[in-house]
Design a protein around this ligand. Structure first.
Ligand code: HEM
Length: 419
């Protein structure tokens, strides 16, 4: 699409064929296996019984992500435009936040280019020593947390996998440390659409308010950070970036910049603990930490169902036809386990597989933070297993409780002993 919106659509035709699957964020992989077997695009019901589609298979997903008749701007969302969505619908934030994930064509290019400047290879390299130092400090804290526990157990997610990307993205954006914990809690509520959906609109409001304060602080006292750069762009050319776009862009970058990397580090540690032979391959030099990161992205994608895309005409995907204006979730976690793409052992964690994955997206919306996420995860994992070679899960894998989210894929906690 060229980024322009048509007049609002009529409501999409209702699903025909088999009953839609009511999406439940529990037990992602088992549900995904069933959905993938059903088709490349399957009708699903979202919270509030909102009909949607999930694109589940690798090849069809790849085509869908670059299809010219698929848009991201919610002006194409039929149920939203016709006023049929339940009031306060918890997933509305994803559809309506004003930023590059909800923009098409030139509008998307404009919003994306402003942020791209902050992610140059030079800036990424400059962050490397910062990530190393933070990793060292957080490993000390992880050790202290385990030492303070009578059973020597610490939650790796809370004490290590979370604060690392949160601190890095906050530094990049110029967010003061005082706001970081609250911003994570709020972002977690927005992403946890299944736990307490009624909290989402309020979490959204509070996040906008805090980011308004962050922007005001940088306006008074500009620094060498992305927020200051975005504000400067605004000042130079007022109509290029509205207040709403500034706040929306900050919100998007904070959420995307830490929830995902947090899941990646958590899922990689989990997979390595459950596959010690694969860890040995890295230790003996037969595989690299980069291999571990890429295979984790495929095997247990940190982003599960990404909302939303809307076909701008009735669009065949596999055997299904997705009606114009229907909200579509792209299922990265499912695509990573697609037997058609990865063979009969798609559900095995094999670090030497060197398979390509879609877990950073594909096409115009390809993840802007991929180089940063990869760098953080490699430094974190190498640091962790070097400092604590005997690190292991403190509970059986089937005791890990999945995060109640449609968007994030990872356990809520990762209790470990450090050996
Ligand atoms: C977009 C995954 C880390 C910023 C995306 C998309 C995916 C993704 C799948 C495409 C969404 C879609 O349109 O379907 C991940 C994963 C990460 C990660 C798995 C870590 C393991 C980061 C980081 C940042 C970031 C660290 C920022 C510092 C963004 C932004 C977009 C995006 C701004 C929107 C791009 C656009 O719409 O043009 N990411 N991401 N991501 N990501 Fe990431």
């Amino acid at each position: 699409t060229d980024g322009r919106c048509p007049v609002p659509h009529a409501a999409p035709v209702p699903h025909d064929g088999p009953a839609p699957h009511r999406l439940d964020p529990d037990d992602q992989h088992a549900v995904n296996d069933r959905l993938r077997a059903r088709g490349a695009a399957v009708p699903v019901l979202l919270p509030g019984d909102v009909p949607a589609y999930a694109v589940t298979r690798h090849e069809e997903l790849k085509d869908f992500l670059t299809h010219p008749d698929v848009a991201k701007n919610a002006c194409h969302f039929a149920a939203l435009q016709s006023g049929e969505l339940p009031p306060g619908w918890p997933m509305l934030t994803f559809a309506t936040v004003r930023g590059m994930t909800t923009a098409d064509g030139d509008d998307h290019k404009r919003l994306r280019s402003l942020v791209t400047r902050a992610f140059t290879p030079r800036r990424m390299e400059a962050l490397r020593p910062v990530v190393h130092e933070l990793t060292g400090t957080l490993l000390d804290r992880l050790g202290e947390a385990a030492a303070a526990d009578p059973d020597g157990v610490a939650d790796l997610r809370r004490h290590f996998a979370l604060p690392l990307p949160m601190s890095v993205i906050s530094q990049l954006l110029g967010v003061d440390a005082v706001y970081q914990d609250r911003l994570h809690e709020l972002s977690n509520e927005i992403v946890s659409t299944a736990t307490a959906p009624e909290r989402v609109p309020e979490a959204n409001r509070e996040m906008v308010a805090i980011l308004g304060q962050v922007a005001a602080a940088r306006m008074k006292d500009p620094g060498d950070d992305l927020t200051s750069a975005l504000i400067a762009t605004r000042a130079e050319d007022g109509d290029r970036l509205s207040e709403e776009e500034l706040i929306g862009t900050l919100m998007l970058t904070i959420i995307a910049g830490h929830e995902t990397t947090l899941n990646l580090i958590t899922n990689a540690v989990r997979a390595l603990c459950n596959h010690r032979d694969q860890l040995e391959l890295v230790r003996s030099g037969s595989a690299t930490w980069d291999d571990v990161v890429e295979e984790t992205l495929r095997y247990d994608s940190p982003v599960s169902y990404f909302p939303f895309r809307y076909p701008t005409r009735d669009l065949p995907v596999g055997d299904a036809v997705i009606p114009r204006g229907a909200p579509v979730l792209v299922s990265y976690t499912s695509a990573g386990r697609d037997e058609r793409a990865y063979g009969p052992d798609a559900d095995r964690f094999v670090v030497t597989r060197a398979a390509r994955h879609l877990s950073f997206g594909h096409g115009a919306h390809f993840c802007l933070g991929a180089p940063l996420a990869r760098m953080e995860a490699v430094i974190a994992l190498e640091g962790l297993f070097t400092r604590f070679p005997g690190l292991d899960l403190a509970v059986a894998d089937d005791q890990l409780v999945p995060h109640r989210s449609f968007v994030g894929n990872s356990p809520q906690k990762l209790p470990v002993t450090l050996g």
